[in-house]
Write a protein that binds this ligand. Structure first.
Ligand code: AMP
Length: 174
């Protein structure tokens, strides 16, 4: 049994946010609980241990919280995938399509080195658009995406299909 199970009530469902029809999984109550946050990071570490990543990549912005904590707990470094205009040095960018419209992500071109084994972390896997684009960006600089892990997977949105052959792990599935 997952050590996070006693704390799942701390994930708050917010209907119609940020748009009508979306049931938003609000993880802020979970973040506010020391034991729950600890359990969440322990579980992420447990389900990704076999992937032997060299570096953890966090996706802005809630992904940063879990990526940094996991990286610290597993003695790895963390690299950032950010929204446009936030990173100061030489960077690569990727525009990708969402259900409605487009979005863009950026990463420093030296955030991942050629051949490095990369674990992608975000809080929620929904349609998989963001995680898929993140994986493509990492691969474009020569990184090897050995897995993508999430606290929450909304399996009815079939996001893991957007990651192709990349192993997808999640602590909780809805
Ligand atoms: P995706 O559709 O997989 O590209 O999700 C895009 C981003 O939006 C992810 O980084 C999630 O953090 C966030 N997200 C999407 N759907 C939800 C949801 N129902 N509840 C909370 N966060 C969500």
């Amino acid at each position: 049994m997952s050590s996070l199970q006693p704390y799942v009530h701390l994930i708050r469902d917010v209907p119609d946010f940020p748009k009508p029809g979306i049931l938003f999984k609000d993880i802020t109550p979970l973040l506010q609980s020391g034991p729950a946050l600890h359990a969440a990071i322990d579980e992420l570490a447990k389900i990704t241990n076999d992937l032997n990543a060299d570096v953890v990549v966090g996706v802005e912005s809630r992904g940063f919280l879990f990526a940094a904590a996991l990286a610290y707990a597993t003695n790895r470094g963390v690299s950032l995938v950010r929204k446009p205009g936030k990173l100061p040095a030489h960077k690569v960018r990727l525009e990708y399509s969402l259900e409605y419209g487009h979005d863009t992500i950026e990463m420093h071109s030296d955030a991942v080195l050629p051949g490095q084994r990369v674990l992608v972390i975000d809080d929620v896997l929904a349609t998989g658009g963001t995680a898929g684009a993140t994986a493509s960006l990492i691969q474009s600089v020569g990184g090897v995406v050995v897995g993508a892990a999430f606290l929450i997977e909304l399996s009815f949105l079939a996001g893991r299909a957007r990651l192709g052959d990349i192993p997808v792990r999640s602590v909780l599935t809805y």
